[in-house]
Design a protein around this ligand. Structure first.
Ligand code: BTN
Length: 281
């Protein structure tokens, strides 16, 4: 079956089976939109409720981290943004990103049986390839978070990716060998996200840090981090109290990484292996 022949998301099915306290109490659905993050951000400015869910079947300007585009073909994957008004100061907002990664990894594991892992800060990997990503955009005023947009993309039923990412990305369909229904997965993800966020708001970051490390694909690996002006490499050892990644450098010093893109050096493929993969597609 061609991806374009997949059916639309059934929002009534989602609303009926959702048992959350606030995430998804208000649902705005677009058949096509530019980016659910852009739409959620506009709603946030207009005073929309905590937990408002913006969902789309296709995005024309899907946004990824670090100014990248997010591949958003129609009727096959999940693209959604949640508007949050979190009861925490801006300096703790990094933990929301980690909480979100843990929630996604847990739900994907329980819903599909796949061994989802997290690449710092919150890429969701299955068998070393990217299955999902999270883009968080905070709107801060003074020392308070006015609202925060949690944008999530999960590759569900896509069978083919553009060649630039075909060696790096995967979908549930590719991993499981069959397509899966998006609505029940989304319902489980929304409940998992709310539970994980509430647990963080109520009991703090210690437990979350431990859970994140259990699912982490980065801790214990030699990684490199690319900044605008330099690249550094070190052994990823832990998270600090702000959720930043601690790297032990070759001279024994420890550096924390706030944001950016890390590369797992031990996973880096040789050019020979890359062209082998290309030939398989
Ligand atoms: C990443 O680069 O890993 C983050 C990808 C986030 C993509 C999602 S899809 C729904 C939401 N709307 C967007 O424009 N981006 C996020």
């Amino acid at each position: 079956m061609k991806e374009s022949q997949y059916r639309k998301l059934q929002t009534d099915l989602i609303i009926q089976s959702l048992h959350t306290q606030y995430i998804g109490k208000e649902v705005i659905f677009f058949d096509t939109t530019d980016s659910t993050n852009i739409q959620a951000s506009m709603l946030g400015e207009k005073g929309a409720e905590n937990g408002t869910l913006v969902l789309a079947d296709t995005q024309t300007k899907g946004k990824g981290r670090l100014q990248r585009a997010w591949f958003s073909p129609n009727y096959s994957n999940l693209y959604f943004s949640i508007l949050l008004r979190p009861p925490i100061p801006p300096k703790l907002s990094g933990w929301i990103s980690l909480a979100c990664g843990v929630a996604l990894a847990k739900v994907i594991r329980s819903h599909t049986g796949l061994s989802a892992r997290i690449k710092w800060p919150n890429d969701i990997l299955v068998n070393g390839k990217k299955l999902g990503g999270i883009l968080i955009e905070s709107h801060v005023q003074g020392d308070a978070i006015k609202h925060l947009i949690l944008g999530i993309g999960i590759n569900v039923n896509t069978s083919r990716f553009p060649k630039e990412i075909s060696n790096l990305a995967t979908s549930l369909k590719k991993e499981l060998g069959h397509s899966i229904q998006r609505e029940p997965l989304l319902v489980a993800l929304l409940k998992g996200l709310e539970d994980q966020l509430e647990s963080f708001y109520q009991i703090g970051s210690k437990e979350l840090s431990n859970e994140w490390k259990q699912f982490s694909d980065s801790i214990g690996k030699q990684v490199s981090v690319t900044f605008a002006d330099r690249v550094i490499s070190g052994l990823a050892t832990d998270l600090d109290t702000h959720g930043e990644l601690l790297l032990e450098m070759s001279d024994g010093t420890v550096t924390s990484v706030i944001s950016g893109d890390i590369v797992h050096l031990r996973n880096k493929q040789s050019p020979a292996k890359q062209s082998e993969n290309k030939a398989e597609k």
